[in-house]
Design a binder for this molecule. Structure first.
Ligand SMILES: O=C(O)c1ccccc1NCC(=O)[C@H](O)[C@H](O)COP(=O)(O)O
Length: 257
């Protein structure tokens, strides 16, 4: 499965990162950071629907999405219309980079989610050092012990954690670990098919005190209306915004629907 390949490539990248900035140094950098971004949790836990606008240049399912985007113009639109930013920092499959997140940080006080494949403590200190406000934990690549330990480490570092699940079993694991922010990825990572019905199916399991996020495959008004019926707190939107000339228009329309 693609996740196995991504994790293998991530291990190689991790070695490179650790050679460039040692674990001791990255911890020191993390400790020195003063928080700039607002709370990711608070941005999603509102009465109205929230939108997380993603920056991603490519993905395994879509290939290259954009040629060259004007980051400053995009950030002006995101700053005026979305509630949080998601920034891919994975290099090999999404063409992301931690420097990309650093650049975005300079242009916003909105909370930033570091979207990556977190498999090692080092990445959490790195996320803090580059001034991310939240990280993604993918249940499919973490066992229960790793999920618990990484969640605790995130909390200790003042990072919110969005825990991503794909099915009932992973949802049960997230609930058992008492995770506050749970996202359902509608993309089946075995064949990349999108089924928004996954959010609907799993919504029945989510207690009202959780922040519930629908991720992936949200591109039309009908998609937004369907997911609003599933009582989600937030949408995470990548492709539709990256391909739109003006993501602000889409975000404003979808909030009002
Ligand atoms: O999108 C992929 O191909 C993919 C493959 C393997 C792991 C994760 C993948 N996607 C990451 C995401 O979660 C999406 O970037 C995010 O939910 C936004 O999705 P979309 O709005 O469909 O671009």
């Amino acid at each position: 499965m693609i996740l196995d390949q991504i994790v293998e490539d991530k291990k190689i990248r991790l070695k490179e990162h650790k050679n460039k900035t040692s674990p001791d140094e990255i911890r020191r950098m993390a400790e020195e950071q003063v928080k700039i971004g607002s709370s990711f949790y608070d941005a999603l836990k509102k009465d109205q629907i929230s939108i997380i606008g993603e920056f991603k240049q490519a993905s395994p399912s879509l290939g290259k999405i954009t040629s060259k985007i004007n980051l400053t113009e995009r950030m002006e639109e995101y700053n005026a219309s979305v509630d949080a930013i998601s920034c891919l920092t994975e290099e090999d499959h999404f063409l992301g980079n931690i420097d990309y997140l650093r650049t975005i940080r300079k242009q916003t006080k909105l909370p930033i989610l570091r979207k990556d494949f977190m498999i090692d403590e080092y990445q959490f200190y790195e996320a803090k050092a580059i001034q991310a406000d939240a990280i993604l934990l993918i249940a499919a690549i973490l066992d229960d012990v790793m999920l618990k330990d990484f969640y605790q480490l995130s909390t200790e570092l003042g990072l919110d954690a969005l825990v991503e699940v794909h099915d009932e079993r992973e949802m049960e694991r997230a609930l058992k670990a008492d995770i506050k922010i749970i996202g359902v990825n509608n993309r089946d990572l075995r064949d990349f098919t999108i089924r928004l019905d996954t959010t609907k199916r799993l919504s029945a399991m989510v207690p009202g005190d959780k922040v519930f996020v629908a991720e992936s495959g949200i591109v039309t008004d009908e998609d937004v209306l369907f997911l609003k019926e599933c009582h989600v707190d937030a949408f995470l939107i990548g492709r539709a915004f990256m391909e739109a000339e003006h993501p602000k228009e889409l975000a404003e329309r979808w909030k009002k629907l």
